[in-house]
Design a protein around this ligand. Structure first.
Ligand code: SF4
Length: 442
């Protein structure tokens, strides 16, 4: 290759963003320079997501654009990783001949070797073998200098009937506790203040390890580490949210008062067909318990409308639950059938216009709740970890509250990386406006 400019395109969840940080770090170690300019790249790697049909469509249209670049620059190499690569393997070459390299979700550390094979010019290269125990990479090119993601487990055993993750990421594998603590100690030495422990089903952490405490035990070991000021974790499955874990959240000072707890639907029959293994009543009871232990907790969720067989009655149950719980934020999806999943084989698919109607109604409902909750914070003081300049208004700084709300405010650049106390002056739909309440940061 004439130069080693690498462009990295990432779709999907935090797990993919974290994997891209690993890819960037590993390939920088091989002499690659990252660029945002696709035209000047000699290697373009696309880290894909197939959790929704829309994400997959986006990927294939992006590949179409990349084919155009390759026409102009025949030495450009195009690689595809992530969940679509894991699922499709070599089939991607048939559908998209412009692709040279396919690598699976568990083969990232083999990328230097795979690229060497590609450069030898013996043809296209693919590796999607499921590898046991490929965990922490020492080379991670982190996007932030203040907060970092730390993968504590990979894969998922739950097989929710709509979800491809168990097929693309394999079974649950927990990273040994000492490896996690070493990574976080290293982050603390570099000045990181916040860690988010990542896993598809993070509160099932440790179930596959011998002699390891479960997730609450890990949280308390991280809480003991010097230098780290805040701990978050995502994503939690409601069925695995134990009394012990809720107790740990309340007891451990560094664990932030926020949880992302996907409910998906408010109807028991839909939850049953989704194979979620909890009822709406059990879910409500856990929310009530969390709020009893942590009255200011921020709660976000995922909801799917239009799951196969979702009747008007079922949908009404979902609306009721959203009205009752009053989430701080909600990620809403229209159901889309994913290959290999059980739900894709169900006969009574909901018509697109009904899905759209329900989608718009819930979006409007949640917008009202979020705005009202944010406005209720006006005049209150919040602790914010300052992350950097606001993307929307670079004259302002931005950070998040412990409850995961974005706050923008004016202040000196030297506050980046510090905890500050702010007074909320305006609650908006997607963020809060604040002003410094105390001069001295922590
Ligand atoms: S818990 Fe369910 S939705 Fe989440 S990753 Fe596992 S199978 Fe998918």
């Amino acid at each position: 290759m004439p130069n080693k400019n690498l462009a990295l395109l990432t779709y999907g969840c935090q797990m993919n963003e974290y994997d891209s940080e690993k890819i960037g770090g590993i390939l920088q170690g091989e002499g690659y320079q990252l660029t945002d300019n696709l035209e000047e790249a000699q290697l373009i790697l696309v880290n894909t997501c197939c959790i929704r049909e829309k994400a997959e469509q986006k990927f294939y249209s992006q590949l179409g654009r990349l084919a155009g670049l390759k026409k102009k620059n025949p030495s450009l190499a195009i690689g595809v990783g992530g969940c679509i690569a894991q699922r499709e393997g070599k089939r991607i070459f048939e559908r998209a001949p412009q692709v040279d390299l396919v690598f699976g979700t568990q083969n990232i550390s083999r990328l230097p070797e795979l690229l060497r094979q590609l450069r030898q010019g013996k043809g296209k290269v693919a590796d999607v073998a499921q590898v046991k125990g490929e965990f922490v990479s020492p080379h991670i090119r982190r996007e932030s200098t203040v907060k970092a993601w730390v993968t504590i487990m990979q894969g998922c055993n739950n097989f929710c009937s709509f979800c491809v993750v168990p097929y693309t990421r394999g079974p649950e594998r927990s990273v040994p506790g000492e490896m996690i603590l070493d990574e976080i100690r290293g982050l603390a030495r570099q000045g990181y203040k916040e860690v988010t422990l990542l896993g598809q089903n993070v509160n099932a952490y440790g179930k596959d390890l011998v002699d390891e405490g479960a997730f609450p035990g890990l949280l308390s070991r991280v809480d003991d580490l010097d230098g780290i000021e805040r701990i978050r974790f995502t994503t939690s499955h409601p069925k695995d949210l134990s009394e012990e874990l809720m107790g740990a959240m309340a007891r451990l000072a560094k664990v932030c008062e926020h949880i992302h707890l996907p409910v998906q639907a408010g109807s028991d029959s839909v939850l049953d067909r989704m194979n979620r293994r909890y009822t709406a009543g059990e879910y409500r009871a856990k929310i009530a318990r969390l709020r009893a232990l942590l009255p200011s907790i921020g709660i976000s969720t995922d909801v799917i409308v239009g799951f196969p067989g979702e009747s008007q009655e079922d949908y009404a149950r979902t609306r009721e639950l959203i009205e009752e719980v009053e989430y701080d934020s909600l990620f809403l999806f229209k159901y889309s059938a994913r290959p290999e999943t059980v739900a894709a084989t169900l006969s009574d698919q909901v018509p697109e216009e009904v899905k759209q109607e329900r989608f718009e109604e819930i979006l409007a409902l949640q917008k009202g709740i979020t705005l009202r909750k944010n406005q209720e914070l006006e005049g209150k003081r919040v602790e914010v970890l300052v992350e950097g300049a606001s993307k929307k208004d670079p004259a302002k700084l931005t950070g998040r509250t412990r409850t995961h709300k974005i706050v923008n405010f004016r202040g000196p650049e030297g506050l980046v990386g510090h905890l500050v106390e702010l007074e909320v002056i305006q609650g908006k739909l997607y963020s809060l406006e604040g002003r410094l309440a105390l001069k001295e940061p922590r």
